[in-house]
Unconditional design. Structure first.
Length: 294
């Protein structure tokens, strides 16, 4: 049980975390702050938070747990703003989709207090944003990856593991570097491809006509293209080296398809489609062969 959650960022992810903690009886009071006062006010009206704070620092005052649910590019500035109230007893976490940049930001901002910070990435979300879409079950049954550093306090890491487990999550740990490499492949590149596909269609004169004929396949493939632009701007830039590496590998695979199609090589095309089809058919979300996600 935590006495007070200092919530910085009262949108979908932060709001859902607060609701989940309340539902599980893990926190007595939630004090929230968002850059937009109207968001904080709406969060209070919806019962996501109990008290509105006028600043990030005041949201942390008296808190024994702090969650940063802000764009990854805002991590360092946010941690600097609250640094003076972070103690070795405070559990500080984030929910960002990249980790190397977040860890580096925490080291610069928190300095001697960086041991209180446990970087976290819950593998969940929705294509809509805003506190009005927050729900207590958003994290239930989901995989949460923690990326502790050599300076992360053991006590705080254990608290984080126990908390996410109590919220119904499967928890594992890996290095920030391994995390970013893996998610460049299975999350960041797929979003980039969805964005590029939609933009490629919209750049054609017949775009509206084409879209009017699109069916479930297009809907499913491009669902993630409706994601929050600012959040994905930050993710694509923060993890650009790993994403560009994965993009090069994807382009090689695409060129193999194109080469077979130009040569009218039916067997090669069928073999490549079969490999992808069988791999996808046997894939199970959250399946693991090691302690790290695939």
């Amino acid at each position: 049980m935590f006495e007070q959650l200092g919530l910085i960022g009262c949108g979908l992810m932060g709001g859902s975390f607060a609701l989940a903690m309340k539902k599980a009886g893990l926190v007595q009071r939630v004090v929230g702050y968002s850059k937009s006062p109207s968001t904080t006010d709406r969060a209070r009206q919806l019962g996501v938070i109990d008290v509105e704070a006028p600043s990030a620092l005041l949201a942390v005052a008296g808190a024994d747990i702090v969650l940063l649910a802000v764009p990854v590019a805002a991590t360092e500035a946010t941690l600097r703003a609250i640094k003076h109230l972070v103690t070795p007893q405070t559990l500080v976490m984030d929910v960002g989709s990249t980790k190397v940049d977040v860890v580096q930001a925490a080291r610069r901002a928190l300095r001697d207090q960086v041991g209180s910070f446990v970087p976290a990435h819950p593998i969940t979300g929705r294509e809509v944003s805003g506190v009005e879409h927050a729900e207590a079950t958003l994290y239930s049954g989901r995989h949460v990856i923690l990326t502790p550093t050599e300076r992360t306090l053991t006590a705080q890491l254990h608290k984080a593991q126990e908390l996410w487990t109590a919220l119904g999550c499967r928890v594992s740990s890996m290095s920030p570097e391994s995390h970013d490499a893996a998610f460049a492949a299975v999350s960041h590149l797929p979003h980039l491809l969805a964005f590029a596909l939609v933009n490629g269609i919209m750049g054609q004169p017949q775009a509206d006509s084409f879209l009017s004929l699109a069916g479930p396949g297009f809907r499913d493939f491009t669902r993630i293209a409706a994601s929050d632009p600012k959040m994905w701007r930050d993710i694509l830039l923060a993890n650009r080296e790993d994403i560009l590496s994965q993009s090069s590998l994807f382009q090689q695979a695409l060129q193999q398809f194109e080469q077979a199609m130009r040569g009218n090589d039916a067997q090669a095309v069928e073999d490549m489609v079969t490999l992808a089809s069988e791999t996808r058919a046997h894939w199970r979300m959250g399946a693991q062969r090691t302690s790290e996600p695939h």
